[in-house]
Design a protein around this ligand. Structure first.
Ligand SMILES: *Cc1c(COP(=O)(O)O)cnc(C)c1O
Length: 427
């Protein structure tokens, strides 16, 4: 499979090159040249297949022959060796829990898949690759965990100082080995901008790649979730609506890819916090990125979502076509807390702030009798302990995955400018 840059000023590349490069030389992100639907028969009988089989069916065309079948199957098996349950919390509403992986946020799947692909591509040579990644919270932990100890790969994580939760910070600053954390005096967009600048800086002699959802190997495996959810609910014979708490819009864009592969989805809802660039765009057709604002759903504090351009490409840049399949609404922190309380009161379910924003998306859309709405619970509530315990009368039990990092010593280098990043990378 070939990939082209969405800035259309760089040559097409293979899957391997797109994964290793991350971003195209013209600073565009990569997009697959062809998308061929999966057979209808497969989708109609999806319940007969294992998650591994479904994931292989979804991803194989995007990898092509660049990874042998048995290796790809093994990579998938290791990537998704935990559960993805849909839990019904109200009539016609369920939550797809994506937090059962090692760092308890949905980004584990993409990070684990990408780490294993890079490990495969690097199997014979000793060309050290540096994965450079900006995080608004959860990417850092998932990437650190997914890449820990992968031969030939160094990981450098930039995170905004004071803007990630304590547990998130521990997850990305305590692992050691091939993982280095840089604490940036700024917001997520500053981190992301520094990373993008470094990729194009010819004075950095290292081979750099990204592990943000701009990297296709991080982004594409997220399609799996939507198939796994559909498999659990299709026998209800209802139209399926997904509400995806969105920041960089990688996850929802993967959902739209799944739909393009033939997954029957009635509507996608991109639910955001007050970082409302996309909801505003759907209203007035003006795409006006703004600096990100800090919220209680901090993994979605993104003012200029990188993947939105992929969504536009999927709809041939036709806003009216996009609007028929895709809605987007923005919610305040106050509304998010009220939603957390409602979910707890009505269903005795503890949602994290991101999941609660997703829930609000379904409420705003108004699910009908003929529909089943699924909001993605993208992180375990323990990852946002302060907000959860402040909002709900609950004690959240600390899971094993979290206990193992909580008492470890933070190690991070503070930086404030791009020059400081550069001198770190060149040292
Ligand atoms: C990253 C993240 C999101 C946003 O996902 P995007 O793909 O960036 O839109 C939502 N919730 C949580 C918990 C996250 O970590």
């Amino acid at each position: 499979m070939n990939y082209y840059s969405l800035h259309h000023k760089s040559p097409k590349v293979s899957f391997q090159e797109a994964v290793v490069k991350g971003l195209a030389p013209d600073r565009g992100i990569y997009f697959p040249e062809n998308i061929t639907p999966i057979s209808k028969e497969f989708i109609d009988t999806i319940g007969d297949y294992s998650n591994e089989e479904i994931a292989y069916e979804a991803i194989k065309q995007f990898v092509g022959d660049e990874i042998p079948k048995d290796v790809l199957q093994q990579i998938i098996k290791e990537t998704i060796n935990f559960d993805f349950p849909v839990v019904e919390i109200e009539k016609n509403i369920g939550t797809l829990e994506l937090f059962h992986g090692p760092t308890m946020a949905f980004k584990d799947v993409g990070a684990r898949f990408m780490a294993r692909c890079l490990g495969y591509f690097n199997r014979n040579n000793n060309n050290q690759i540096t994965v450079l990644v900006a995080t608004s919270g959860d990417t850092g932990g998932a990437v650190a965990n997914g890449f820990l100890g992968v031969k030939g790969v160094d990981v450098v994580i930039l995170y905004p100082s004071g803007k990630v939760s304590d547990i998130q910070e521990k997850q990305l600053t305590t692992l050691g080995q091939n993982i280095k954390a840089l604490e940036v005096d700024g917001v997520f967009d500053d981190c992301q901008e520094m990373v993008k600048t470094a990729f194009l800086d010819s004075d950095i002699p290292r081979t750099l790649t990204s592990a943000n959802s701009i990297n296709i190997a991080r982004w594409l495996p997220q399609m799996f979730y939507f198939f796994f959810a559909y498999k659990q609910v299709y026998k209800k014979n209802k139209e399926v609506v997904f509400s995806v708490p969105s920041g960089n819009f990688g996850n929802i864009c993967a959902g739209l890819m799944a739909q393009k592969l033939g997954l029957p989805v009635k509507q996608f809802i991109a639910a955001t916090n007050v970082n409302d660039t996309v909801p505003n765009y759907l209203v007035d057709g003006v795409y006006n990125p703004k600096p990100s604002k800090a919220t209680i759903s901090n993994a979605m504090d993104v003012g200029n979502p990188s993947n939105f351009i992929r969504i536009q490409e999927l709809f041939n840049n036709d806003l009216e076509a996009l609007k028929t399949a895709f809605s987007s609404y923005s919610f305040t922190d106050e509304a998010t807390k009220v939603a957390m309380k409602d979910i707890y009161k009505n269903a005795n379910y503890v949602a994290d702030p991101h999941g609660a924003v997703g829930y609000l998306g379904l409420k705003e859309y108004k699910i009908t009798e003929e529909q089943f709405g699924i909001f993605l619970e993208t992180a375990h509530p323990v990852k946002f302990l302060d907000v959860v315990t402040e909002t709900l009368p609950v004690e959240v039990e600390i899971p094993e995955q979290i206990k193992s990092v909580i008492d470890k010593e933070k190690e991070a280098l503070k930086i404030g400018t791009y020059e400081e990043l550069k001198s770190f990378l060149n040292s």
